[in-house]
Design a binder for this molecule. Structure first.
Ligand code: PHE
Ligand code: ZN
Length: 878
């Protein structure tokens, strides 16, 4: 907690560590109230660093130091100094053993960073700087050491004791305790350390690697969750195989363990050999989890597993390099999901996320480059920019290099940097070395914040048979970066003829046309002109296929062109994107003018799509889904909260009424038969069915609601149950209350399902939404100590219920800030994240701006803030 202004850390100040730690021996005497931690560190001066004043400073926070000794000699108080952030020893030898003994208090740790209690278990979370809450250490990722860890705890309360690596010894002690020693042969940074103690059960399986080694796989959960691990285990094995095939990466230890915990700030954590997960990303049964949950589990399991090579074997030199591991690992998990599912659908959902979250971040006061230059609190930099834009930056390099060359480049990266702590620069250099390409200008993607906007103008010259595309790029200033230089942008395009057939993209000056299809153009200047030849008719361009770069596009296509693309583009992503733009333009027009006509050909285009029996169900569902109100608000100069909500309802209702017969047909055709299957086809079918149901309900003719009630009663899978419950709750009234009560009774005690019960109420855009949310804060099942529960109620309301959160009287804002201030002393990371919806205050009308600013100022004025919340608020107001 800070009284004074906390100061920023700068990338330019990076210095190698003065000391290295070769070997770490830890002994934990675990107890929720008092845990004793003994550490023995083999330290030596780093030959690569400049010599300081002979002292050594170690990080340490919230530790009670009991003893400190160098080479077996206890230090006297005059020989060291302890403050709130560490331990300084005034004079130390060039090579020595440091022993410390500290005490910590897991049960009081509500920040969920360091060693904490979750239910009846104890677990750690060390990334980014949590290890310093376990013991005194050089808690920075460029200090990589080998760890041996002994865990001692009560045998009945904590029969399972886990840490990184392999178990090497087990002993039963006289006093009812037992001890297990773990040895991790791979040097690692401290943020990858983990331990878990609890009364856990494991689901076990095994995996034989490409080179024939057998790996033992274990997923540890509380006993009542043993029946919810199958999907996670299947996902893990798929991910292991895929990483061998696609990236040539084999697992290295003999055991791989996953633990599911119910109290967790983030999604999951890639600790070496011992991944610790938010249980939301492990536990699933068809009747408790939705398709979205199944999907999330598959990709998060894969993501954490993939970190073993991209993050653990090769780690980050410092936290400014976070995207080195996160951007690359997100790219890898996206590719995995694309390969095991539908590539177009995966791309659509990733781009939806990018546009809904990253683009606004890049356009707001918290904009920062993929490789930031400074931060106050590193926990605030686990952002969509570092993760998702970081993945786009890797994806663009893959596109520029092509698949073979990109694979050579990643092979080289793994070979050259194994065992090292490196930078994004090292990564790009491998891309260059393996391909011979010069990526000097491309590096700007790591350095410059902001989303480039491409303006694309086209001109067809019938006499010459040429089609000219004039492309300009422009990037708006971001905080601290008033001037932007042009980016190196891969622009993938195709051309369609009148029958929808692919035409060759033939550039003037080339002697012969290439094969018809997609072509990659490269932008490096602020403006380019591409003249395409050999065209006997005006083509329809398919621009930025597969979303080849994280940019906004302004083009001169007509609505008719977009309907044509929606029907004929061979690029599934662009078929969807054309539909989205049609929806978007119409919704924005309706927002400005409720009487704006809804064109017949728009309705007809979607009717044709619905009637096409061969259409991929999942893609069709995406095409028919309107952009969200939150996404649309980012497309307006001044957000018209109420107008958008009204327009959204108006168009939904109109589609429901006009396409009623087709929607009913689709609904009935897509009924579930037999047991739940999680496959791309089945997921697509359910998505389309539930989308049809949503339109039918919103047509408000009573029939949709009847179907909805029937579905709620009859469905056996959570996807269909939740789809119905969401719609019923949105409609309100006795049927909604009855369904909510039944659901609550049915799922009492299933924490993750109860999260859905809270969320569905928080998201319903009914007039009394806030009153309801505030009442739910006092529900016996609500707990401010469980981040999943807080997110399900508070974040759902403030992020997914735009019209009620932004109510004109400012009550939503006051509510959110009240929650943030209450949470901050207990869990700063969570509090800082909750604040995010207020950060975009400048986008609203003057009165809402005033109300939001007043609330942000209330935070800033309220004295003792965490550095997490302080950084977000002060930057939001700057
Ligand atoms: N490194 C984790 C991941 O993305 C995220 C995380 C960060 C988890 C910080 C906990 C704390 O896989
Ligand atoms: Zn990650």
């Amino acid at each position: 907690m800070y009284r004074e202004t906390p100061h920023p850390i700068y990338l330019k100040d990076y210095r190698p560590p003065e000391f290295l730690i070769e070997q770490v021996e830890l002994r934990f005497e675990l107890d929720p109230e008092h845990t004793r931690v003994e550490s023995r560190l083999a330290l030596r001066r780093n030959p690569a660093a400049t010599r300081g004043d002979g002292s050594l400073r170690l990080h340490g926070e919230q530790l009670t130091l009991m003893q400190v000794a160098i080479d077996g000699h206890a230090l006297t108080p005059a020989e060291y100094r302890v403050d709130a952030e560490g331990l300084t020893m005034h004079r130390v030898p060039d090579r020595f053993t440091l022993e410390t003994q500290v005490e910590i208090h897991p049960s009081l740790n509500t920040a969920l960073e360091g060693l904490y209690q979750s239910g009846d278990m104890l677990c750690t979370q060390c990334e980014a700087e949590g290890f310093r809450r376990l013991t005194y250490f050089l808690d920075r990722p460029d200090v990589m050491a080998r760890y041996t860890t002994t865990l001692v705890a009560d045998r009945t309360r904590f029969p399972v004791l886990l840490s990184n690596g392999n178990p090497v010894a087990r002993t039963d002690l006289e006093d009812g305790r037992h001890s297990v020693t773990w040895d991790d042969p791979f040097p690692k940074p401290s943020y990858l350390f983990a331990l878990v103690a609890g009364d856990l059960r494991a689901v076990e399986d095994s995996f034989v690697t490409a080179s024939g080694r057998e790996i033992q796989l274990q997923i540890f959960v509380e006993p009542h969750n043993l029946d919810k691990c199958d999907h996670a285990m299947r996902s893990l094995k798929k991910a292991m195989r895929w990483d061998e095939e696609r990236f040539g990466r084999e697992y290295d230890l003999d055991i791989f363990m996953i633990v599911a915990v119910s109290h967790f700030n983030m999604g999951a954590m890639e600790n070496k050999g011992l991944n610790i997960f938010n249980d939301k990303f492990v536990l699933a049964r068809p009747d408790t989890a939705t398709d979205v949950d199944f999907d999330g589990i598959e990709s998060v399991i894969a993501h954490e597993y993939f970190h073993n090579w991209t993050g653990n074997r090769i780690t980050c030199r410092d936290w400014f390099q976070l995207s080195l591991k996160e951007g690359f690992t997100v790219y890898r998990d996206q590719e995995f999901s694309a390969d095991v599912g539908s590539r177009a659908v995966k791309r659509i959902s990733d781009v939806r996320t990018l546009r809904a979250h990253q683009f606004p971040e890049d356009a707001g006061p918290l904009a920062h480059p993929v490789r930031p230059e400074s931060y106050i609190e590193i926990n605030n930099f686990y952002t969509t920019t570092v993760y998702d834009k970081g993945a786009e930056v890797v994806r663009m390099q893959a596109a520029l290099l092509g698949p073979e060359s990109f694979r050579r480049a990643t092979d080289r990266y793994f070979e050259r940097h194994d065992g090292q702590a490196v930078t994004t620069e090292d990564f790009v250099r491998c891309m260059e070395d393996a391909s011979g390409r010069d990526l000097t200008q491309f590096r700007r993607w790591y350095e410059q914040a902001g989303t480039p906007e491409l303006s694309i103008q086209s001109k067809y010259d019938a006499t010459a048979g040429t089609y000219t595309l004039s492309v300009r790029q422009e990037t708006a200033a971001t905080p601290g970066q008033p001037v932007k230089y042009p980016f190196h942008i891969p622009l993938t395009i195709g051309l369609l003829g009148a029958e929808g057939q692919a035409l060759p993209v033939w550039l003037a000056g080339e002697s012969a046309p290439p094969a018809p299809g997609t072509r990659l153009l490269e932008l490096t200047e602020r403006a380019h002109e591409f003249t395409l030849v050999g065209l006997t008719e005006r083509p329809v361009p398919s621009l930025l296929r597969g979303f080849s770069a994280p940019v906004r596009v302004r083009d001169d296509l007509s609505d008719a062109d977009r309907m044509f693309l929606m029907a004929h583009d061979s690029d599934g992503f662009n078929r969807w994107d054309a539909a989205q733009t049609l929806h978007e333009r119409l919704l924005l027009a309706l927002t400005d003018d409720a009487d704006h006509p809804i064109p017949e050909d728009y309705i007809a285009a979607f009717q044709r799509a619905l009637r096409d029996p061969s259409a991929d169900r999942a893609l069709l569902a995406e095409v028919l889904t309107l952009p969200s109100e939150t996404y649309l608000s980012d497309r307006m100069t001044v957000v018209d909260v109420d107008g958008l909500h009204r327009a959204h309802r108006q168009l939904t209702r109109c589609i429901g009424e006009r396409l009623r017969a087709d929607l009913l047909a689709v609904y009935h055709d897509s009924a579930e038969t037999g047991d739940y299957v999680f496959s791309p086809e089945a997921v697509g079918r359910r998505a389309l069915k539930n989308l049809a149901l949503a339109y039918l309900v919103r047509a408000e003719d009573g029939e949709g609601l009847a179907l909805c009630r029937a579905q709620f009663e009859a469905a056996h899978n959570m996807t269909d149950v939740m789809a119905a419950l969401r719609l019923l709750t949105e409609q309100g009234g006795a049927a909604a209350e009855a369904a909510l009560d039944a659901f609550h009774r049915r799922w009492a005690g299933e924490s993750l399902v109860l999260d859905k019960w809270f969320a569905v109420q928080a998201a319903a855009p009914r007039a009394d939404a806030l009153t309801r949310v505030m009442a739910l804060l006092h529900h016996p099942d609500y707990s401010a100590r469980n981040p999943n529960r807080v997110r399900s109620l508070v974040s759902t309301f403030s992020n997914l219920n735009q019209v009620r959160f932004h109510a004109a009287d400012g009550a939503g804002y006051r509510f959110l800030v009240g929650q943030v201030l209450e949470l901050d002393p207990a869990n700063p990371q969570l509090a800082a994240r909750l604040l995010k919806p207020l950060v975009r205050w400048r986008r609203f009308d003057p009165e809402r701006q005033r109300l939001m600013r007043t609330e942000l100022e209330r935070v800033l004025g309220s004295g003792e803030l965490s550095s997490d919340v302080f950084e977000v608020v002060s930057k939001a107001l700057a």
